[in-house]
Design a protein around this ligand. Structure first.
Ligand code: GCB
Length: 625
């Protein structure tokens, strides 16, 4: 199954990488005829031959690029295509087409031939296209993207047809969502072609780590690895090497492995004496320290050239452990307190599209604020961002796109399990990911939510025994059916905003009462994963008034009073994450003015007053560590 292999596409001496990012051609389906492209086989030639196209950047959301309301709010099949050439030297290579993320459904053709499809935004997929590409000639690549959400997609949405033709045009429908952020769509992350040798390739690598310490305080690391190797029918194994390199590229370990006669999994364990551990920022002298596991697989070929072929892949990893008990989460046996953010992938113009400048700006602002963590609310974020959290020692709660779930039927469960497989396959080697979040704010008071979340938990636990698992909830402790199966309890609370709006004076008491109730009910570590108030940047008042920067700052201070009490009196209060890092786009609605204004930073990443309040607190908490 494709989910078992999602190694990041990395060039090496045996692997070429070609980016297909750039300006593609684009068209949405004609109004009222969503299947026109399939019926008329738009993929059988260049898209521009079956109708008008417009240029569209990839990676990017298509919504905010044009001045056209129809494209901003488009729901249905949107079509992309581009031309591409392949180096002639690729004729004896295996070629894989990889999409970092397409939201939501993607169907792909190469030169008019079906190459495969994928359901679900925010996670990568690979299609082997070796036999579909023409070397030394123009090729064209067509992608049909459908962003329609219903009760059997993850996340869910609803389509309501407005049948009253005295009030709505023929065929008019409304897409609604089980979530409160703008439903950006399109080819959101990079599209790449990469090659491997034909005779042999490294399909997957899984690394887990442990360590011991001796009387002189030196660490010995134990690095376990599994390498999935695939050889072509006629090839035979010649050699299999594993090296571990430190950050300066020095080989600290070298091992020649026994040869596998057949395709399959090679397992091994190596010891690194005097090892350097991976620590979260603020917790050790080496935040974000990583090693590289280098795998070299060589096979004798029976091809016309004879000889042998070699595949090389380099996988970063950190040496660290994650454990938990009924009080806290521990990194390398030391208790970890989350001081973090809820975030979004969201920015002007690019929407949810990959933006490296934005990623670096956000990482720098997170570090500036003194935070040590964030949650990928409400879907998996770009791998390029997680490369930076690994390297900087910023802890990640890695959330699936399962937000606002309801119904909890068998089809949804199967898809949810599949999403967790893809997420774990993609991020399992990342040291910064300490927790899997199965989803955010499901209708977890429904009876069916109990067995449903237990099933998703068990499935995820079997995929990865090494990380904590949670589901972020918003119903009351007396009603919630999900948290009983989780390792950590994460709750979202909006005292002083959605209840007692604008009344900061009741926040502290309510937060303390609430925290105690969750502890009493579940006896597990508790993290407040959302609390936040909207503010319009520049709107000020004294005394503070709802929607001003002053109220947002005061609102935070009141929560912080409660958190400080919990920190000093309770062993089980495990962290706080403010909602939200930055203002972000929301659907068409009247309670928020185009954006959720709860950011510490504006959507342009300029600080509001609250950013300084938070920074003072997080830096102080960091100093106490
Ligand atoms: C929540 C949701 C988050 C929203 C936030 C809000 O509880 O988890 O997605 O953006 O509230 O601002 O309403």
């Amino acid at each position: 199954s494709p989910a078992s292999s999602l190694l990041y596409p990395r060039a090496s001496e045996s692997r070429d990488l070609v980016s297909l990012d750039g300006i593609w051609q684009f068209r949405v389906s004609p109004p009222g005829d969503p299947n026109a492209g399939f019926r008329e086989a738009w993929y059988s030639a260049r898209l521009s031959e079956s109708g008008t196209t417009i240029p569209m950047p990839v990676p990017c959301s298509f919504n905010d690029i044009t001045a056209d309301d129809e494209i901003r709010n488009y729901i249905g099949w949107a079509w992309y295509d581009r031309e591409l050439y392949v180096p002639s030297g690729w004729s004896d290579r295996r070629v894989v087409l990889r999409f970092g993320s397409v939201n939501y459904n993607a169907v792909v053709w190469v030169n008019g031939h079906s190459a495969g499809s994928h359901e679900g935004g925010h996670l990568p997929f690979e299609l082997e296209v070796t036999s579909l590409l023409k070397m030394g000639a123009a090729n064209w690549l067509t992608v049909a993207v459908n962003n329609t959400l219903d009760l059997e997609t993850i996340p869910q949405g609803k389509i309501t047809f407005k049948d009253d033709t005295t009030r709505y045009p023929e065929g008019y429908f409304e897409q609604s969502y089980n979530f409160e952020y703008f439903h950006y769509a399109g080819i959101h992350r990079s599209v790449q072609l990469f090659t491997t040798p034909l005779a042999v390739h490294i399909q997957d690598i899984t690394i887990t780590t442990n360590f011991s310490t001796d009387s002189s305080g030196l660490w010995t690391a134990y690095v376990s690895y599994e390498v999935d190797v695939v050889r072509s029918a006629k090839a035979s194994a010649r050699s299999s090497l594993v090296k571990i390199r430190d950050q300066r590229g020095r080989a600290v370990h070298f091992k020649s492995l026994p040869l596998l006669p057949k395709n399959g999994r090679i397992r091994g364990m190596v010891t690194i004496p005097n090892a350097t551990l991976w620590w979260p920022v603020g917790m050790g002298e080496t935040p974000g320290f990583q090693y590289t596991l280098e795998v070299v697989e060589t096979a004798d070929t029976a091809t016309r050239r004879g000889g042998s072929e070699m595949d090389v892949y380099r996988q970063l990893f950190g040496v660290r452990t994650v454990t938990w008990d009924s009080d806290r989460l521990y990194v390398n046996n030391r208790p970890f307190y989350f001081r973090g953010f809820g975030k979004h992938e969201d920015a002007n113009i690019v929407g949810r599209g990959l933006s490296l400048p934005l990623i670096m700006r956000d990482i720098n602002l997170i570090v500036w604020s003194g935070a040590n963590s964030f949650r990928t609310s409400h879907y998996p974020y770009a791998e390029e961002l997680l490369d930076q959290t690994d390297a900087a020692g910023i802890v990640v709660i890695d959330e699936s796109p399962a937000i606002g779930l309801e119904g909890f039927g068998a089809t949804l469960l199967a898809k949810h399990k599949r999403v967790m497989e893809e997420l774990v396959a993609r991020d399992k080697n990342r040291p910064s990911v300490l927790v899997w979040s199965l989803g955010n704010e499901p209708q977890s008071a429904e009876e069916a939510a109990g067995p449903y979340f237990k099933a998703v938990y068990d499935h995820t636990r079997a995929l990865d025994p090494t990380r904590a698992i949670t589901t972020v909830v918003s119903v009351g402790a007396d009603k919630d059916q999900a948290s009983a199966s989780m390792d950590l309890v994460l709750i979202n609370r909006y005292f002083g905003w959605y209840s007692d709006s604008g009344r900061a004076e009741v926040i502290e008491r309510q937060m303390l009462t609430e925290a105690a109730a969750w502890r009493r009910t579940f006896g597990k570590p508790l993290v407040v994963s959302e609390y936040g108030a909207g503010s319009v940047a520049g709107l000020r008042d004294l005394p503070a008034f709802i929607w001003t920067e002053d109220y947002q700052a005061e609102f935070l201070r009141q929560y912080h009073k409660a958190f400080d009490k919990l920190i000093s009196t309770e062993t089980w209060f495990a962290g706080e994450m403010v909602w939200n890092f930055a203002d972000f786009a929301v659907p068409r609605e009247y309670i928020r003015p185009q954006f959720c204004m709860k950011g510490m930073f504006t959507r342009e990443r300029k600080p509001k007053l609250a950013a300084y309040v938070l920074r003072d607190r997080y830096t102080r908490l960091a100093e106490l560590e």
